[in-house]
Structure formats: structure tokens, C-alpha cells
Design a protein around this ligand. Structure first.
Ligand code: FES
Length: 149
């Protein structure tokens, strides 16, 4: 009788541990924030998809984990993704139409000042300044040219 009780006890213990590890894996999957960046480049007529992870933001030109740094780290060249000032917020060449969830929905005043220099400012954001939150996939439409006023 005691052996049967111990067997049942250990069976439940193993079951509980298994459930715990399954739960832990599920939680870690929910916390990780991998997302995709779909890039539509109107200059080169290329469409690409890049895998990124908001929990492991890429260092590179611009803010840590910015769209620009993620794309450069994924192998995009200067021609694919223009960034004349190297992500120092002083050129507007990286302006693009970005849809999806961003960590800071409202652009900073400095970013707005640079966007104001463009002829067409509608919906554009600077790729070197915006950082996806990882809550959803995003789409980046790079214009054929960003013309200044
Ligand atoms: S690369 Fe110059 S402002 Fe973004």
C-alpha cells in the first residue's frame, strides 16, 4: 500500500514538474517579442522580410533597436536603406512610411523638425529614430526619393 502511495506521489510530482516547465516555456514564449519587418523599397522595387527581436535590439546606425539598425544588421546596404548622416538625426534621408506598433508612438520634437524639412511629410518617420515594440509585425515603405523643401 505504501509503495503504491509513493508511486502515485512521484507520478504526480513528475506530472507537476512537467506542467511547470511547460508553463515556464509558454511564459518565455509570451515574453519574447520576435517580429518581422516587411520592407518595400520603391527605389529598387524590392520587397524583403527581415526577422527581428525587440528583446535583442540591434546596435548600429541610429537608436538601439531602430528599424535602421535592424535592417543594416540584416545585411541591407546604404543603397537599400538610405541613411546619409549615419543615424545622427541630421539628414532626413531615412524617412519612410512605417506601419505597425512602435515603442514610442509619438515622434520626439527633434524627429519632427527633421521630417518638416521634407516636401512630403505625410505619415513619414525616420527609420533611425523609431524602434518597434515587438508587439506586431511592421511594414516599412522606403520612397523612391525623399525630396527636401
Ligand atoms: S539617417 Fe539621417 S536622420 Fe536618419
Amino acid at each position: 500500500m505504501l509503495e503504491k502511495g509513493l508511486f502515485l506521489y512521484y507520478t504526480f510530482l513528475v506530472y507537476d514538474l512537467g506542467e511547470f516547465f511547460l508553463y515556464k516555456d509558454l511564459v518565455s514564449l509570451m515574453i519574447r517579442r520576435p517580429y518581422k519587418i516587411t520592407v518595400v523599397n520603391k527605389k529598387t522595387n524590392k520587397r524583403s522580410i527581415v526577422n527581428a527581436d525587440a528583446d535583442c535590439p540591434s546596435e548600429g546606425p541610429g537608436e538601439l533597436g531602430s528599424v535602421l539598425s535592424e535592417l543594416i544588421n540584416a545585411g541591407f546596404t546604404d543603397i537599400d536603406v538610405p541613411h546619409d548622416c549615419g543615424g545622427h538625426l541630421s539628414c532626413s534621408s531615412c524617412a519612410a512610411i512605417v506601419t505597425g506598433e512602435l515603442s514610442k508612438a509619438t515622434p520626439r520634437e527633434e524627429e519632427l523638425d527633421m521630417i518638416d524639412l521634407l516636401k512630403e511629410t505625410e505619415e513619414k518617420r525616420l527609420m533611425c529614430q523609431i524602434c518597434p515594440s515587438g508587439q506586431s509585425d511592421i511594414t516599412v515603405v522606403i520612397p523612391a526619393k525623399n525630396e527636401l523643401k
